[in-house]
Design a protein around this ligand. Structure first.
Ligand SMILES: [Fe+2]
Ligand SMILES: [Fe+2]
Length: 419
């Protein structure tokens, strides 16, 4: 079995007294405004302010910062160049742009320098949420090396057949963004990326776009073409070290889990927003596996082999080898990319729904059930791939007797996917 290569350098589990954030803006009034806006967060954050990009880089070299928030237009260096340098020198730092003019400046490639975009003027609640989230996700991954690798990820590889279908469709001048959205919705990596981009502040939206289909319509055919054609944004999965069926199985399982989770949410009368979130969260719930497979194909192939041959639990094996599970890793990236809490929480807790702070049955619960039932159906033998339904959790919610109906829903969708 492969060596454990992250755990040795893990940080201690105890949280430091304060996180550090660096604000960069050449407009002193903006810096003063931020100081006032964030006054109430001084207990949890050490805040540093500077007016130049060069000074920001100096400060980052002197001590570690958890987050950098930067303007785009500065006389000595623009914000994208600054963040590109931060990515190179300090990849583990969360990179946020705060600008009034992001949209006009943002090319698809330069967008990769930042994790998130906030529009100026930014209200206090949005800023606080961004900083609090950055602090919370840091607890998910204790290894600085793991954090820095994931923080560098700007896109995720796609199922080759879906990628080919997208490229082929783009050759058709009559293609609509809605049709492209339907293709994108069949792929975990492309879905995560279009949601990140569509919800960036440069599109000036004040509501959250929750589905890949809606995101595609919003982005339009030209932007999707740019994403597909610009190297490294939408790309086909190519790692040969993994079993040939791995990526196809993962995509099929993810799509079925999303549809089943949505159907279960509808059957339980949950609000539309929750059932929509169940669909997208279900599609993305195992995105951490895609990250592991794309970033460490050899090590992850060993994990998969041990899981199927020795019958050990893949969750435990991931923890042992990477120091984190695919649930933690996937949620970390989605949080970095600014996806909403409901989806990220569903991803973190999909194997352990009882640990979710939300005690009602929501998207996290529906995704847990859909994932477990879909796996139960696909892996009828007692292998490590199986995910147990958490019956204690369902009993506590008074939902244990709903399982037979949910199982029927799952069978219906799985049969449809296999047809
Ligand atoms: Fe999972
Ligand atoms: Fe799963």
């Amino acid at each position: 079995m492969t060596e454990t290569f992250f755990i040795s350098e893990n940080e201690p589990r105890s949280k430091p007294a304060k996180r550090r954030v660096l604000f960069v803006d050449d407009d002193q009034e903006v810096l003063d405004g931020l100081k006032t806006t964030l006054l109430g967060m001084r207990a949890g954050w050490e805040m540093t302010f500077t007016a130049t990009a060069k000074d920001a880089l100096r400060k980052l070299d002197e001590r570690e910062f958890d987050v950098i928030v930067t303007d785009l237009h500065m006389p000595d260096m623009n914000g994208f160049d600054l963040l590109t340098e931060v990515l190179r020198r300090h990849p583990g730092t969360v990179r946020i742009v705060l600008s009034a003019t992001v949209r006009e400046d943002l090319g698809i490639r330069s967008s990769n320098a930042a994790h998130q975009y906030l529009a100026k003027p930014c209200d206090a609640a949005t800023l606080r949420t961004a900083l609090n989230t950055a602090s919370r996700i840091r607890e998910l991954l204790l290894s600085p090396k793991l954090r820095s690798v994931i923080s560098r990820i700007t896109s995720l590889p796609s199922l080759p057949s879906v990628h080919a279908k997208l490229v082929e469709s783009l050759a058709n001048p009559e293609i609509s963004s809605r049709e492209l959205g339907e293709i994108i919705a069949q792929d975990v990596g492309m879905t995560a990326k279009v949601l990140q981009i569509a919800n960036s502040a440069y599109f000036g939206l004040y509501r959250y776009i929750a589905s890949p289909a809606e995101a595609a319509v919003y982005l339009g055919v030209d932007t999707i073409r740019a994403l597909t054609m610009s190297a490294g944004v939408f790309s086909s999965f190519q790692h040969s070290g993994l079993p040939g069926v791995f990526i196809g199985q993962l995509q099929r399982h993810s799509m079925t889990t999303g549809m089943v989770a949505q159907a279960i949410s509808v059957a339980e009368g949950l609000p539309k927003k929750t059932s929509d979130g169940s669909l997208v969260g279900g599609l993305l719930h195992d995105v951490g596996k895609l990250i592991l497979a794309a970033s460490w194909p050899k090590e992850y192939a060993d994990v998969l082999a041990a899981t199927s041959q020795e019958g050990v639990c893949s969750f435990d094996m991931e923890e042992q080898v990477f120091g984190a599970t695919h649930a933690d890793i996937g949620a970390y990236l989605l949080w970095l990319w600014g996806l909403p809490d409901a989806i990220c929480n569903a991803v973190v807790f999909h194997h352990k729904p009882a640990e979710c702070s939300d005690k009602a049955f929501t998207a996290a619960g529906a995704i847990h059930v859909a994932d477990a039932l879909e796996r139960e159906r696909s892996f009828s033998t007692d292998s490590g791939q199986r995910v147990e339904l958490d019956m204690n959790y369902l009993t506590a919610l008074g939902l244990a007797d709903r399982v037979p109906e949910w199982r029927q829903i799952c069978n219906r969708y799985a049969e449809r996917a296999e047809a």
